[in-house]
Design a protein around this ligand. Structure first.
Ligand code: ATP
Ligand code: MG
Length: 340
């Protein structure tokens, strides 16, 4: 079953005009004026104009620096899949072309995107030469592609070992024909440290590890740190990693000594993102309905958290939006142009 036009439209990450104005630090009127001046055709939900990939591209015209972000930590359930899905969708609302790769045989990311993986080739099929990488790419909406996963990917580790595939070149070789089609490539890993995860880590510009405020997460981070140090030494790489607190709740974070001592570790200096994502029932609810936080125009504190996290992680800022000269915006605001 392929996605219907209605599915594609409803899955498409979206941004309100008010949000675009907040991002640019100008009034909504000024954004409406720009939309008109640039002849940007914005879709509507009800009677409300909104922006998605194409309109954001035209309005912000951000030139993104190509990056590969790999969601990884050995502790299960900390929010890797949720984070990859949310950050990727959010980046798309700013006009970034994104590829999400589900590298977890559990296929949770695939499921969250509403894709039946039985109908598509997955990584193991490409590695085995049964499909091309281009065949494995599923277009979900404008500027959003997915390489799905299913349980057969569980043999990836064995295939890598048996066929002596070069860990440090595996993803590079696999994705070479398509990598430049994207501003950001996101890889969602399983909570393990096998060969396939190592291969993804070696392809990463940034490894992103969500931590929960509990001591098991702290242990997971210690293992991850050790593993990245070993990889960097063995392969002479400089893979960076960033951690952030997910499922944050004021009460638990202050009470958990393990996590507090870990995040004050000098070795983590510069690696902890300022943004924390709070615990919210909205996340499990939204995942169950095959939607993501950015596929509707609904504002919420959780959406704001992931928006801040995305901007911080990927360095998306209005200074990269090359389109609207400030003087022009100020002039337009002074002219008190009424909204369209
Ligand atoms: N900030 C949050 N608030 C509340 N629930 C959350 C939050 N982040 C993630 N969850 C929930 O926690 C569960 C685990 O999240 P997710 O699947 O993203 O973790 P994971 O690290 O990818 O798990 P795995 O290690 O199994 O791959 C899911 O039910 C998800 O909805
Ligand atoms: Mg997961």
């Amino acid at each position: 079953m392929s996605l219907s036009e209605k599915d594609i439209l409803s899955m498409q990450p979206k941004m309100t005009v008010a949000h675009a104005a907040e991002f640019l630090g100008v009034s909504a009127q000024a954004v409406h004026k720009q939309i008109k001046l640039k002849n940007i055709i914005c879709p509507k939900l009800g009677n409300k104009l909104y922006l998605s990939f194409m309109q954001a591209k035209q309005l912000f015209n951000i030139s993104f620096k190509h990056k590969v972000i790999v969601g990884q930590i050995v502790k299960g359930g900390t929010g890797k899949t949720t984070t990859i899905e949310s950050v990727a969708s959010c980046a798309n609302t700013y006009g970034a072309r994104i590829l999400k790769i589900d590298a977890d045989p559990q296929g949770n990311l695939t499921d969250a995107c509403g894709i039946d993986p039985e109908e598509h080739p997955v990584l193991i099929d490409v590695i085995n030469g049964d499909a091309s990488i281009k065949d494995a790419v599923v277009n979900l909406s404008e500027g959003v592609d997915l390489i799905p996963s299913r349980i057969e990917n569980v043999i990836l580790d064995n295939v890598i070992v048996n066929e002596r595939l070069p860990l440090h070149e595996l993803y590079n070789d696999l994705l070479e024909p398509i990598a430049r089609n994207y501003d950001f490539i996101f890889i969602d890993c399983p909570p393990t440290m096998g060969q396939a995860v190592t291969a993804a880590s070696l392809y990463a510009d940034i490894i992103l590890a969500p931590l929960n405020p509990d001591k098991f997460s702290a242990k997971g981070l210690k293992i991850l740190k050790r593993e990245i140090d070993t990889l960097n030494k063995r392969f002479k790489r400089d893979v960076a990693y960033r951690v952030f607190l997910n499922k944050f709740s004021g009460k638990t974070i202050l009470s958990d000594k393990a996590i507090v001592s870990l995040i004050s570790d000098p070795e983590l200096e510069g690696r902890i993102l300022e943004t924390t994502v709070q615990f919210s029932q909205e996340i499990p609810n939204i995942t169950d309905s095959n939607r993501n936080l950015f596929s509707s125009l609904k504002t919420s504190p959780t959406r704001d958290d992931f928006d801040r996290l995305t901007r911080e992680l990927l360095g998306i800022s209005p200074s990269h939006a090359r389109k609207i000269p400030e003087e022009l915006l100020k002039k337009e605001e002074n002219e008190a142009i009424t909204a369209i």
